[in-house]
Design a protein around this ligand. Structure first.
Ligand code: GUN
Length: 312
């Protein structure tokens, strides 16, 4: 008897982000007709190249959707007190609906204190303890500001019609930005959720049980084919540059496109999942072009939502 092996479905984050952005552009237009323009303030401290790239992209997307945006770029020497004063002034501004403090901040800045100073109604990152608590309490997603990357994961699953209810989901990674809120969202969507991390014993035995694997550990190719149940859905949150020939050979043997990119730039971006694991999955998000594309779209969604909820 021959078994039928079907190829995995590629979950196209760029296409889904495009859908969300076009819905948002219409919502921004409707808000404008009702007399307001959603506004986002971004705080970028110092000159971290990766953060500068992310922030530029956030501001550019605001422009494309008709969302007002402004950037605040204090030097790396800025004090916690000065940043608290900036946040207080943005909290008080009527035309600012969202405040985003790009992380990581310099070590001398008290990050928790600053994140807690953003008023929860303007916390478009969903990092304030009040918003984290609302998510954990199971408030409907439409009514809360929840972290953008896990919210993007849920949009990918929902729009791709991947069933969550009753399924086993394993989240690898326990960060406040991705792993913990992703686990909360999956629980709220009635999955049975296990969270694994760097100290988990026999991690592969746990991930092999999963119908949905969310990989958010920041280690290139960490999730191997042996760790995945054939047919599972794999969501890859990792964004890791690989820059050695050995890694290229290990993860992308015979892949001419990857080799060309690698030779041109000296590195290529890959996620936390070995392509050999994608090959046996039922569906997966590629890197690049998967979850990453959703994060900015969900930030825009949170800004539009914050503007609407604050006026409700
Ligand atoms: N740095 C990396 N990811 C994020 C994010 O989602 N929000 C903010 N503010 N900073 C980040």
């Amino acid at each position: 008897m021959s078994s039928i092996v079907s190829s995995p479905i590629v979950l196209d984050g760029i296409a889904i982000a495009g859908q969300i952005k076009s819905e948002l552009a219409a919502e921004v237009e409707a808000a404008r007709e009702r007399g307001y323009v959603p506004g986002l303030a971004v705080i970028l401290v110092g000159e971290v190249p990766a953060s500068q790239i992310y922030v530029r992209s956030k501001v550019k997307t605001c422009g494309e959707l008709g969302i007002y945006s402004e950037m605040h770029t204090p030097p790396a020497s800025v004090t916690t007190e000065e940043l608290l004063a900036l946040v207080a002034s943005l909290n008080a501004r009527e035309n600012i609906d969202g405040i985003l403090i790009q992380l990581p901040l310099p070590a001398h800045v008290d990050t928790s204190r600053l994140l807690e100073a953003v008023m929860p109604e303007k916390d478009v990152d969903g990092f304030h303890p009040v918003n984290a608590g609302r998510l954990l309490s199971g408030s409907p997603m439409e009514e809360i500001l929840a972290p953008c990357t896990p919210a993007g994961i849920m949009e990918i699953l929902r729009r791709s019609k991947i069933q969550i209810r009753g399924k086993r989901a394993v989240v690898i990674g326990r960060s406040n930005i991705v792993g913990k809120p992703a686990a909360a969202m999956l629980i709220n969507a009635s999955a049975t959720v296990t969270v694994c991390h760097s100290q988990t014993a026999d991690l592969g035995a746990i991930t092999r049980e999963a119908d949905i694997v969310v990989a958010a550990i920041g280690k290139a190719g960490f999730v191997s084919a042996e760790m995945v149940k054939p047919g599972a859905t794999i969501i890859d949150v990792g964004m890791n540059p690989i820059s050695t020939e050995a890694e290229l050979q290990k993860f992308f043997p015979g892949n001419a496109t990857r080799r060309a990119a690698f030779e041109k730039r000296g590195s290529t971006l890959m996620g936390d999942v070995d392509p050999a694991a994608f090959a046996i999955s039922g569906a997966y998000t590629p890197v690049p072009g998967g979850v990453g594309a959703l994060t900015i779209a969900m930030l825009m969604a949170n800004t539009v939502k914050a503007a609407r909820l604050r006026r409700a």
